[in-house]
Design a protein. Structure first.
Length: 489
């Protein structure tokens, strides 16, 4: 009898334990969708993590993310003329008469930039702003735990203001990558960075607008936020309420120099596309179709018999490009590209650039009031492989303060330069540059140096490296005419 009673007690205890375990399993969601028990390590771990992330408070989210946002200090030596007034002919003549050689003494100063960056890969890759580190001779990265690292530039992209740098470290705190395409107006976002060099700072706001274009760089699709973004925040993180990176802070609009609730971030999808291309290829690969689009005004919509202003109106199709081969024509309106609705020319510009060269992309257009579907085989944007086109004037002492780029379709259109002209175009000139008085102007095309033909920036660099004298004779093309000028150091 005693044995039988003891046996019953054990059955009761075991049954109670099984019921208790089952209740805990149901409470924690360990059963899968088919009602089967998932007690494996992966099942328990995944459910536990999901619960932690779901119930994580905002301070907990920020505490988890801030180790991934770093302080960046860059340094470069800038050479300038001794006085900006030297660009004025009267002042220049006076000083050259009474203070001979005064203007020819180059002045050097150290320019330091302070900003932010985000660790995106645990092996040391950091996303930041191009304008913060481009042209830098030294870059120092300081982690929130005060560790310091020298960084090297992996690659930069002035056309999107994205740069990738790398530090030598292991198991670094990489941030969780989010999806910027999923952002919605009014969604909570948090900006993290190092404004004014005072230390890491966290500010909170909402998504105020999406798809903003400010004409700051060639490829824009900015996220606008009222989370405070100040000088020094550039390159820092914009995260969502889950702690996922959704943007790289880059700019603000302000009349005071500080935040006024209008800040901008580069969408992460664009930033990671640029970063992956730089890391994998060594340069930024961009799609190219060969059209010049423009926005549609209400008057244009009326003339073209369109129902609204959404879409991109094709003003010109470049000869020999994928667009021409696919049959696109001037006056066509592109409504969608690769399945994505196009609202304006800037969006077409960005979407086409993001397309993978060599792929067939479906395009919906309106032509003569009728919708039509065509396919375009995307090409690779010309000169995307040439890192040399973005080299700065410090590499060319004779062209101090001069922006020089290989002439391409973009600059041909901007400066109205014929297709048969080849060379290096002057994209910008600092008003203090000595070449201003020597006759060089913005929009000029350098076609020869010392009777040697110039076809691109690589030719220019090669010839200048061979020059032994301090004076060169430059042949330029300007507004339909050729002329020679002397450039001296």
């Amino acid at each position: 009898m005693k044995k039988n009673g003891s046996y019953k007690r054990w059955i009761f205890i075991v049954s109670a334990v099984l019921l208790l375990v089952s209740g805990i399993a149901f409470e924690n969601g360990v059963f899968n969708g088919s009602g089967e028990l998932n007690l494996g390590p992966a099942g328990l771990l995944n459910n536990a993590c999901a619960e932690v992330i779901e119930n994580e408070s905002l301070p907990d989210v920020i505490e988890r993310v801030v180790p991934s946002v770093v302080n960046i200090s860059s340094k470069r030596v800038v050479k300038t003329n001794i006085s900006p007034y030297m660009s004025d002919p009267a002042f220049r003549q006076f000083f050259e008469r009474y203070f001979r050689g005064y203007n020819n003494i180059p002045q050097e100063r150290v320019q330091r930039n302070l900003g932010s960056g985000v660790i995106v890969r645990s092996e040391g890759y950091i996303l930041t702003s191009n304008h913060l580190v481009s042209e830098a001779e030294e870059i120092e990265v300081i982690l929130p735990d005060k560790r310091k690292f020298d960084a090297e530039i992996v690659g930069t992209d002035p056309r999107s203001d994205i740069a990738v740098i790398k530090i030598k470290g292991k198991n670094l705190p990489a941030i969780v990558i989010g999806n910027s395409d999923a952002l919605r107006l009014g969604e909570t976002v948090i900006a993290i960075g190092y404004p004014f060099g005072i230390g890491q700072t966290v500010t909170k706001g909402i998504v105020s607008a999406l798809g903003r274009s400010l004409k700051l760089v060639d490829y824009e699709d900015f996220i606008q936020t009222d989370a405070a973004i100040n000088p020094g925040n550039s390159g820092g993180a914009l995260i969502n309420s889950k702690g996922e990176l959704v943007g790289i802070n880059t700019a603000m609009i302000s009349r005071s120099g500080g935040s006024q609730g209008i800040g901008f971030a580069i969408p992460l999808d664009l930033a990671t596309s640029v970063m992956n291309s730089i890391i994998d290829k060594g340069y930024v690969v961009r799609g190219y179709i060969g059209v010049y689009p423009q926005d549609i005004t209400p008057e244009m919509a009326r003339v073209f018999n369109l129902k609204g202003t959404n879409g991109a109106l094709i003003a010109e199709v470049v000869k020999g490009t994928p667009a021409e081969k696919a049959g696109l024509e001037r006056g066509d309106v592109i409504l969608s590209f690769g399945g994505k609705k196009i609202k304006d020319s800037n969006e077409l510009h960005s979407v086409a650039a993001a397309a993978l060269p060599g792929t067939e992309v479906p395009v919906e257009i309106i032509r003569d009031m009728k919708k039509k579907n065509i396919e375009i085989e995307v090409g690779e944007r010309p000169n995307s492989r040439k890192k040399e086109e973005d080299r700065d004037e410090n590499k060319f002492p004779l062209f101090l303060g001069v922006g020089l780029k290989t002439l391409d379709d973009y600059y041909r259109r901007n400066f109205d330069i014929p297709d048969d002209i080849k060379g290096v175009v002057v994209t910008d000139i600092n008003r203090t540059s000595p070449v201003v008085e020597m006759g060089l102007k913005k929009g000029d095309v350098i076609v020869e140096i010392n009777r040697k033909e110039i076809k691109d920036i690589a030719d220019l660099r090669e010839i200048l490296e061979e020059v032994e004298k301090s004076t060169i004779v430059v042949a330029i093309y300007r507004k339909g005419r050729y002329s020679y000028i002397e450039i001296e150091s």
